[in-house]
Write a protein that binds this ligand. Structure first.
Ligand SMILES: Nc1ncnc2c1ncn2[C@@H]1O[C@H](COP(=O)(O)OP(=O)(O)OP(=O)(O)O)[C@@H](O)[C@H]1O
Ligand SMILES: [Mg+2]
Length: 318
């Protein structure tokens, strides 16, 4: 724990370092012809792919254009997004189905080029953990799977065991290293995906609704692992629709039809800034239980000293 705190303090020194910066980023898809321009494969794409601004016209910059006459079928799924992820951040990205969360995650990870604007990334490796636990498993055994990414990166063979072992141990899967991946639970598969990212020395982990297919216990354990990685200096981008996961974040960005419609702290999101209406109400996201309780108390005339986000903070607010 002390080591964690120490690491965290070190991270705060670097808190001004930008890991990912999106400036006026738009992504357009061709809605006619062509297959989606996304790649759900695990792996890192060199930053150049996510950098430069692609093309000056809508047509040049669209993704997934099969070459057909798609001009009338262009749809912007991200629009003029300005967003910075700094080293050591934990930022939650929220939004309804189809609002552009995964597209944003893929742009941030360098898996998808932008149509307009620029996505700049620092030196830190960015890796994605996807929603579907089965979508990212490539090895037959746990060990093989975690080594796969290292082989892809051409890590020298003699370095692999130490890196794989440290990564598996970090997520609590070391004793399962010889297990067949098909015997793992969904939650363990997600942890294995995280181990893969760690073995590849990812600095930034993007979780794209990574808990949404998990039972409550597995969900909690993935969150715990992410929290621990954050505490020891990793940057976390947490894409979710669960409001009780949002309260764990330091910052929240809400997307609506491809635009960032809110950016601020979870407290500002659920309670509003300086007397404004709560953005979560405005955007129709039901606040988590602790916030509902606090608001109900306020409505009955109870003056709260703080604005609780977690159940354990409600007592302190009274
Ligand atoms: N490769 C693609 N080609 C064409 N349209 C796409 C492609 N990928 C996403 N879209 C469209 O872009 C919009 C945003 O999709 P995206 O997957 O980013 O949303 P999301 O917020 O992650 O949704 P969900 O909550 O369902 O995961 C959707 O309308 C989707 O249909
Ligand atoms: Mg998605």
């Amino acid at each position: 724990m002390n080591a964690g705190k120490h690491e965290r303090a070190r991270t705060e020194e670097f808190a001004r370092v930008s890991e990912i910066q999106l400036k006026d980023v738009s992504v357009a898809f061709a809605t006619t012809g062509g297959t989606p321009g996304s790649s759900e494969a695990r792996g890192h794409v060199e930053s150049s792919e996510a950098r430069g601004s692609v093309g000056s016209s809508d047509v040049e910059g669209i993704v997934g254009n099969s070459g057909g006459s798609a001009k009338s079928g262009i749809r912007f799924v991200l629009q003029e997004v300005d967003l910075e992820v700094r080293r050591g951040d934990w930022i939650a990205i929220i939004g309804r189905n189809g609002s552009g969360k995964s597209t944003l995650g893929r742009v941030m990870a360098g898996l998808l080029p932008v149509s307009r604007g620029v996505c700049e990334r620092g030196d830190g490796r960015v890796q994605l953990v996807f929603q579907n636990p089965d979508a990212q498993i490539v090895g037959e055994t746990v060990w093989e799977d975690v080594c796969f990414g290292l082989e892809n990166l051409a890590v020298p063979t003699e370095e692999m065991p130490a890196r794989a072992e440290a990564a598996l141990s970090k997520v609590g899967l070391l004793e399962k290293k010889d297990a067949d991946v098909s015997t793992l639970s969904g939650g363990q598969k997600q942890l294995l995906a995280v181990a893969g990212c760690l073995a590849m020395q990812a600095e930034v982990l993007i979780f794209d609704e990574a808990t949404s297919m998990l039972d409550p216990e597995s969900r909690a354990s993935l969150l715990r692992v992410a929290a621990d990685l954050h505490l020891t200096g990793r940057t976390v981008v947490w894409i979710t629709q669960w409001m009780d996961e949002v309260v764990r974040a330091e910052r929240v960005a809400a997307l609506e039809t491809g635009r960032v419609v809110f950016e601020g702290t979870p407290e500002q999101f659920f309670y509003g800034r300086d007397g404004e209406d709560s953005p979560s109400d405005r955007l129709h996201f039901a606040p988590p239980y602790a916030v509902q309780v606090a608001r109900a108390l306020e409505q009955t005339g109870v003056a709260l000293r703080t604005r609780p986000l977690l159940p354990e903070q409600v007592g302190d607010a009274l």
